[in-house]
Structure formats: structure tokens, C-alpha cells
Design a binder for this molecule. Structure first.
Ligand code: ATP
Ligand code: MG
Ligand code: MG
Length: 565
């Protein structure tokens, strides 16, 4: 079975993970299925699966599904899909290492009773307000609860009543009995179990009490015989409780040694976005973006739709290293990895994103008629002959970029202006003769004449030297496409820094949609195909909206080098 846990509580440790080879590294990626994965999770995935790979160990995919209210099957499925997409496999050595923390609820319950019986846990009936007030703070020690020392039999009975639904949600909690004066506030009798009548996606209505994350997580690690429990820095203060709990459960005979050890590393953040599931959900729910997979989102589904490849994400994440510092990374680094990945793979094509017509005034003279189509072409990739040849053709009217004409040329401008010559890429040299304008003075067409005998690739084509090269698409064959141009989602590098309301710094211009003309080879590409539009950058056929009869492309990122003047 794909789901790998059939443990009866007593031998759960063995059933959960199979016989343990103590020389082996065993890690886990433990997402809570309460949202979609983001770029920060990619860091954790690559770190945990990468360590297992590098040291001949095993990495588990474990759903940390102990909190019934926010967890859903939809997220479980999406998370599995993204871990696979990144290139990792929880099936290792012919065995599935897919786990659900909720499969351990029976064991966790027994663990709680074991702690109570040994005098290490008690049911506290203080109100949440009293508990908060009695916890103290960094300068003040906490105060013991009046319920703390009522005796093992009493607490065991109360805890069973909690389980049996005898008490209302929030009426009482099970707490560890450690030290209300500890300088580490996490050791001031942390909560272990709470009453919550909520239907769980896996266990349904079987339970009305649920374990707290801090109690559940170490147990999950121990049952699966994890050697290295790797988490982010903010859990550093939890490590003493992690060890306290596992030691006491081992003493109680519930867990076998060696026990897992927790290690912390810095979070990965991407600048100009937020990476907290709660905030990402807010962006989706309030309609600031078009869903979890909006190409501006730092979710993995969003980044995939934007066109980032798994290779580029892995390269970026691995390049950040593992440190004890939270890291802020710029999209520029990711874009560099994307270019490095696609440069040697993606087919080239010409696309005109801001089109204006170029009319070739002497076309009929040169080619005999306006109906003539002068064939042209170029390799799909400059270094990959196996990708073949692109075919396109010249006609009397072409689409060119509006910025490729200036009536009054700026200094150093080498493209079209009256009297200047430039080359149509894989075509002819043309000489600009002027332009047409509408009543408002807007340029509606650029005029030029073909310079005879200058066709690219023919002898003597280079006799006339020009400095400007222009991309173009024939009006007769250009494929109209919706092209989505993305900018950063926020105007500030750290949108939620200093407690700022991140919605205040949303970039109102993060998406611009244009109608572009693409060369004919682009009509047939399938969704998710990545291409380089020459001089513009890397684009992807949108995996959701792209159709042969209605192409839609997303801009992934520009080219490293700007287009020459
Ligand atoms: P968020 O705060 O975005 O909701 P989370 O930590 O609550 O994230 P989990 O589903 O619990 O989300 O995360 C699974 C794993 O991914 C955890 O081990 C967590 O430490 C790790 N992780 C989450 N965010 C980051 C990040 N920004 N950088 C590195 N690791 C992360
Ligand atoms: Mg979490
Ligand atoms: Mg969180």
C-alpha cells in the first residue's frame, strides 16, 4: 500500500519505518496539509531529500496532519504533486515512505497517558486567560496552576473524560509538568492535548481531542526512527522540550533508542514576495491574485505556471547553502538559474510584443508581386541542430516593435529612423523612409525599402554594414497571442517587514497583458513549452489557458543582456 503505517501501538516504532539500520541517515519533510507549498518549502524538501540521497539514507514524506480545522485532501494531493515535480521520490528501495501523523493518534494518546501515570503531565482546568496570565514572561517566572498537583488518578480520569467527550471545547487542556519558572518559556508546562470537536480529513469524528504540534512532532519523528529532524530556526527554543518528551517516553518504555535529534537551519525567503501560508491564503481569498497558482505567487504551483523549471529551483535552493541565518534571496538569483537551465534547451522564436506595422514600399518591385512570400528560416536553437529549423516568410507588411523606430533618433540609436538602414533578422537590410501617423500624431506604420541582394545567408549579404538588427513577424502569418508580462508582486523587498500590512505595498502594475504576434512555429506548441523569444527573454505557454487556437504565453524572465542599441 502507498500509505505506510500499520502499527499497533506497542510495536509502532518497528512497523512505521521498517527495521532500522542505525548507520543510516533518516530525514523527513513534514508539511502540514493546510495550504500549498512555497519556495521556502522547496529549501526544506531539497535539504531533507538531498541529505538522504547524499548519505545513502531515506527521506520520508510525512503529512503533519494533527490540526483538523485547516487540513484538506486537496492540499495533500497538491503537496505530493509538487514534491514529485521537484524531482524527489518518497518511494525508496522499493518501499513507500509516505506517512500521516494522524495514523499515530492512538499511540500519541497512549503516550499522553504514560506521561500522566508517571506524574509528568496533568489536566489543567484554568481558563485560557488564567493560563496566559500565569505563564509569566521573560522577566517574570510563571505561577503553578492550582490543578497541577491533584494527583495521577484524578488527571488520568479527567484526561479520559476529555477523550470521551465529557467536556466542552477549551474547557481544559493536558499539560506537561515541567517547570513554571524555567527561563525557556516553552518549558513552562506546555500544552499537549486540547479538546476540539472537528472532523479530521483522515480520522473523521473518531477523536474530539487532538495533540499539539510540539507534542506530536517529536513522537512522529521517533516512531519513524528519524535520525535528523531538521526544522527552521524558530524551533530552536523548542529543542529542550523535544528532548524532554522523547526521554520521558523512552523511560516509560514507549520508545526505543537512539532517539531522533533536532537540528535547525535558516529559513529561505524570496524578496518582493511573502512566504507565509497564512498571507498567501489572504492574497488568494481576497482576490489580489488569481489563485494559488497565479504566476506571481512564490508557491511552487505558481512558480511552475510562471515557467520556472524544477532544475532552476533546485539549483537556486542548493546554492543558498544551509546556515543558521534566515536568508533573503532575490528573484534575480532564481532568474539566473532559470536562464542557465533554459539557455541550452529552449527553442528560439521571434515575437513582437508591442507591434507596429512595417510597410516595405518596394516589395512588389523586388519580388515581382505583393502576393509573393519570400521564404526565410533559422535554427530552432543555435547549438542544437536536432531541434531543427524554423520556417517563416517575408511579406509586404511585417510586425516590428514600436521601439524599433524613432522619428528623431536618440544618440547612439541604430535601428530604424528616416534615412537609416537596419537588418531584419534572418531577412534583408531595409532602409527606413519615414512613417504614417493618425490624426492624433500617433505612428500607425513605419515605411522602409528593401535593399536588394542583402538576404541573410546569401553571398554578399554583409556587403552593407548595419549596426541595428530588428526582430519581426510577417503580418500574413503572425500568430496573435495573449502575452502576460509579470513584474514583482510587491513594491518592497520585504513586504511584511516590521509588522507592515503587506497589502499596502502590493504592486498595482504586477501584471500587464499584451497582444503579441508570434512567428508561425509557435502556433503548434503544447502547453508548458518553454521558449526564448529572441531579445525579450524566456516565456512559457501557459499550462492552464494556452490553446492552439488561442495561444497564451507567460513571461518567465528577461535575458541577462539587454538588447543592443
Ligand atoms: P508557513 O509558515 O509558510 O505556513 P510552515 O513551516 O508552517 O510554513 P509546514 O507545512 O509546517 O509550513 O512546513 C513544512 C516544512 O517546511 C517545515 O519543516 C518547515 O520548517 C519548512 N519550511 C517552511 N517554510 C520554510 C522556509 N521559508 N524556509 C525553509 N524551510 C521552510
Ligand atoms: Mg508548520
Ligand atoms: Mg506556519
Amino acid at each position: 500500500p502507498e500509505r505506510h503505517f500499520a502499527g499497533t501501538p506497542g510495536d509502532a516504532a518497528h512497523h512505521a519505518a521498517g527495521p532500522l539500520d542505525p548507520a543510516r541517515i533518516r530525514t523527513r519533510f513534514p508539511p502540514e496539509p493546510n495550504g500549498y507549498l512555497h519556495i521556502g518549502h522547496a529549501k526544506s524538501i531539497c535539504l531533507n531529500f538531498g541529505l538522504a540521497r547524499d548519505y545513502g539514507g531515506i527521506c520520508h514524506l510525512r503529512f503533519d496532519d494533527t490540526n483538523p480545522e485547516k487540513e484538506e485532501q486537496e492540499y495533500v494531493d497538491a503537496i505530493k504533486e509538487m514534491v514529485s515535480w521537484l524531482g524527489w521520490d518518497w518511494n525508496q528501495g522499493g518501499t513507500s515512505h509516505l506517512f500521516f501523523a494522524s495514523d499515530y493518534f492512538d499511540f500519541m494518546y497512549r503516550a499522553a497517558e504514560t506521561l500522566i501515570s508517571a506524574g509528568h503531565a496533568y489536566v489543567d482546568e484554568q481558563t485560557p486567560e488564567q493560563m496566559r496570565a500565569h505563564r509569566g514572561d521573560f522577566t517574570t517566572p510563571g505561577v503553578n496552576s492550582p490543578f497541577r498537583d491533584l494527583g495521577v488518578a484524578h488527571h488520568l480520569q479527567r484526561f479520559r473524560e476529555m477523550r470521551d467527550g465529557k467536556h466542552a471545547d477549551g474547557a481544559m487542556v493536558l499539560r506537561a509538568k515541567i517547570d513554571m519558572a524555567s527561563p525557556n518559556i516553552n518549558l513552562r508546562d506546555p500544552a499537549l492535548y486540547r479538546i476540539r470537536r472537528a472532523t479530521h480529513h483522515n480520522t473523521g469524528d473518531q477523536w474530539c481531542i487532538y495533540p499539539m504540534y510540539t507534542f506530536a512532532h517529536p513522537i512522529e519523528d521517533a516512531l519513524e526512527r528519524i535520525s535528523h529532524s531538521i526544522c527552521t530556526l524558530e524551533f530552536e527554543d523548542q529543542r529542550p522540550f523535544y528532548d524532554w518528551l522523547l526521554e520521558h517516553l523512552a523511560e516509560g518504555g514507549l520508545l526505543a533508542k537512539p532517539l531522533p535529534r533536532q537540528y535547525e537551519f535558516g529559513r529561505l525567503n524570496l524578496s518582493y514576495v511573502v512566504t507565509s501560508k497564512r498571507k498567501l491564503r489572504q492574497l488568494v481569498d481576497e482576490g489580489h491574485v488569481d489563485g494559488w497558482d497565479d504566476p506571481r505567487m512564490p508557491t511552487l504551483v505558481g512558480m511552475r505556471r510562471r515557467g520556472y523549471t524544477p532544475e532552476s529551483i533546485r539549483t537556486m535552493v542548493e546554492g543558498t547553502g544551509v546556515t543558521k541565518q534566515n536568508a533573503w534571496l532575490d528573484y534575480g538569483v532564481l532568474d539566473g538559474c532559470l536562464r542557465a537551465d533554459l539557455e541550452g534547451k529552449a527553442a528560439r522564436a521571434m515575437a513582437v510584443l508591442d507591434p507596429v506595422k512595417l510597410k516595405l514600399s518596394n516589395y512588389a518591385e523586388i519580388f515581382g508581386s505583393l502576393e509573393h512570400r519570400e521564404p526565410s528560416g533559422a535554427p530552432a536553437h543555435p547549438h542544437l541542430p536536432e531541434l531543427g529549423q524554423r520556417q517563416f516568410s517575408l511579406g509586404p507588411e511585417l510586425w516590428i516593435e514600436r521601439e524599433d523606430f524613432m522619428e528623431q533618433p536618440a544618440k547612439g540609436y541604430h535601428r530604424l529612423y528616416p534615412g537609416n538602414k537596419a537588418r531584419l533578422k534572418a531577412g534583408y537590410v531595409v532602409e527606413c523612409t519615414g512613417c504614417e501617423k493618425d490624426a492624433e500624431g500617433q505612428i500607425t506604420a513605419v515605411l522602409a525599402a528593401i535593399v536588394p541582394d542583402t538576404k541573410s545567408g546569401t553571398p554578399g549579404a554583409d556587403a552593407i554594414k548595419v549596426k541595428g538588427v530588428i526582430t519581426w513577424v510577417g503580418v500574413h502569418e503572425g500568430v496573435a497571442a495573449e502575452v502576460r508580462l509579470y513584474d514583482r508582486l510587491f513594491t518592497e523587498a520585504q513586504p511584511d517587514a516590521g509588522g507592515r500590512d503587506f497589502l499596502e505595498v502590493l504592486n498595482p502594475a504586477s501584471l500587464k497583458v499584451v497582444t503579441a504576434y508570434l512567428e508561425p512555429s509557435m502556433a503548434a506548441v503544447s502547453a508548458d513549452t518553454k521558449v526564448q523569444f529572441e531579445r525579450h527573454g524566456y516565456f512559457v505557454a501557459d499550462r492552464v489557458d494556452h490553446r492552439a487556437e488561442r495561444p497564451v504565453f507567460n513571461k518567465i524572465t528577461g535575458l541577462r543582456d539587454g538588447w543592443g542599441k
